[in-house]
Design a protein around this ligand. Sequence first.
Ligand SMILES: Cc1cc2nc3c(=O)[nH]c(=O)nc-3n(C[C@H](O)[C@H](O)[C@H](O)COP(=O)(O)OP(=O)(O)OC[C@H]3O[C@@H](n4cnc5c(N)ncnc54)[C@H](O)[C@@H]3O)c2cc1C
Length: 269
Amino acid sequence: MYPICSVEPATASDVAIIMKILREKRVPFAVKGGGHSFNPGFSSTRGVHIYMRRFSKTTFYPNNQTVDIGPGLIWDDVYKALEPYNVSVIGGRITGVGVGGFTLGGGYGWKSNQYGLAIDNVFEYQLVTPNGTIVYVNNQSYHDIFFGLKGGFNNFGIVTNFNVRALPQTLIYGGILIYFQPDFDSVLAAVVNFQNNNADPKAQILCNFLALIGVPTLNIVIFYDAPTAPESLFQEFLNITSFPLLPVQTRSQLSLVQGLPTAVGANMR
Ligand SMILES: Cc1cc2nc3c(=O)[nH]c(=O)nc-3n(C[C@H](O)[C@H](O)[C@H](O)COP(=O)(O)OP(=O)(O)OC[C@H]3O[C@@H](n4cnc5c(N)ncnc54)[C@H](O)[C@@H]3O)c2cc1C
């Protein structure tokens, strides 16, 4: 879907002006964060495309342990900016996912079993409403919009900043294993076993089927939120013959997120 024009605001005031013009002229429009949503019309339009990429700052506030995040970023950039401070946030688990759609839609991250979804960790939104007013939405001010934005995507306006909870981040333990037929059944049995029996909130796996150069594969991404994991936790996966796309070892969260080449939607919005 190709827009009639694309506009790239840099400030909330820019967005406010754009909203006022669009409202007055009754022009269809769409808002793009990372552009990772595959639903046609979600972040694509034949009207005016508002691309948020210039909202690209990550600022960590050690005093109150919060982070301001620009909605034009992808999570890879956020993790990279926060790494020197040994903190992280609830963000995407795979490379290329955008901050905007993820945080407005729910957001299940590697640390969600410990700290909840992305929407549970937002303290304040800077929002440009459909009539072009800039407001700061938190649990005290605009309580109803605060509730609505937790899953409300673009239905209440355009978010120009997220203030979210900073979470402690050490090195993690993880990697990516690729399995081939005829081992799919054993791997899927291990997945069911893990999901039914794992009670450690620091542990997660991500299981997906991918065709790699035309060959069907089953991929398991292993994550443990500490530099080492209890020995038996992932052993069933490690016992099955696999190709280690990313060896399972102590590493940074960013290196795990960037390990699976899934920029599937890149440049499609
Ligand atoms: C390979 C892959 C891996 C994924 N992994 C995860 C995962 O681990 N956990 C998870 O929870 N989800 C995951 N997702 C889903 C992903 O979170 C959603 O698709 C999300 O909407 C992507 O956000 P985006 O900003 O990149 O998308 P976009 O397509 O840019 O936006 C999605 C929606 O949000 C709206 N929007 C974006 N920015 C703003 C803004 N600033 N103000 C108002 N509205 C805005 C858009 O208008 C659109 O409706 C994954 C998706 C893919 C394709």
